[in-house]
Design a protein around this ligand. Structure first.
Ligand code: MN
Length: 250
């Protein structure tokens, strides 16, 4: 049985037909999970009271990219260059992420997803790198051509990313915010060469990985990306099998 992996979505206005709102997620996330043996399930933005039931029906959860998180969630005021925020998504995903962190579900966060996990764990964000002189790298590949091998990251010793990627790797970059103060139970496991935080992991045994870059943009078959998504799906599969064994014994 394939592990059920939730994929978060955003509500967007349909540009065609009747111009109604719909939930959406990029096919690239879904494709990588499917190819690596998971069963991707799109999660709508629900009332936060549904978070526990939602998690109980999953074996893992991917928090996808999207708009900025409102800084009130980390007790900061909006700075001048804060980007567009998505209040409906924040209202659902922050409690969902907090409940997910309190569970033992394997968690993967990408772009907005790493930021969400960090804020849910009590951390904070840098609200805009573009106007921050200490961020010396262009972290938005979308404004300079979009090559998914955009800048380097250096990984931390004794981390999942060190095992998956080695000491350094070329990654994509399509963000203007980044992790600032690191949340409880998390540690930084990759930085760009300008020291911007590019990845976090849990400091315990459970699978908890946040990536500021977009591995899902790599073409199907890319070896490092395959290893990365396979590691996530394997963790979800292990949790599924452990739960089935537990229910059998009970
Ligand atoms: Mn970057």
């Amino acid at each position: 049985m394939r592990p059920r992996i939730g994929v978060t979505t955003a509500i967007e206005r349909d540009g065609g037909w009747l111009g109604m709102d719909r939930h959406s997620a990029y096919c690239t996330y879904i494709g990588w999970i499917e190819r690596c043996g998971g069963l991707p399930l799109l999660l709508p933005n629900l009332d936060p009271s549904a978070a526990d039931d939602c998690l109980a029906s999953l074996d893992g959860l991917l928090f996808t990219g999207g708009y900025d998180i409102h800084p009130s969630y980390f007790e900061a005021e909006p700075e001048k260059h804060l980007g567009r925020v998505d209040l409906k998504r924040d209202r659902w995903e922050l409690p969902l992420a907090q409940a997910a962190l309190a569970s033992d579900l394997p968690l993967l966060g990408i772009c907005r997803g790493i930021q969400l996990l960090n804020v849910a764990a009590g951390g904070s964000l840098r609200q805009d790198l573009v106007h921050d002189p200490s961020a010396t790298i262009q972290h938005r590949m979308d404004v300079v051509g979009g090559d998914p091998r955009h800048h380097r990251v250096e990984t931390a010793p004794d981390s999942l990313l060190r095992r998956l990627l080695g000491e350094s790797a070329w990654v994509s970059s399509a963000h203007h915010q980044a992790v600032d103060r690191v949340g409880a139970g998390l540690r930084v496991t990759a930085r760009a060469t300008d020291q911007v935080v590019e990845a976090i992991e849990g400091d315990g045994e459970r699978y908890l990985l946040g990536l500021q870059w977009h591995p899902e943009l790599m073409e199907a078959g890319d070896p490092a990306t395959t290893a990365l998504f396979e590691s996530f799906v394997a963790a979800c599969k292990a949790r599924l099998d452990a739960g089935r064994l537990g229910s059998h014994l009970a």
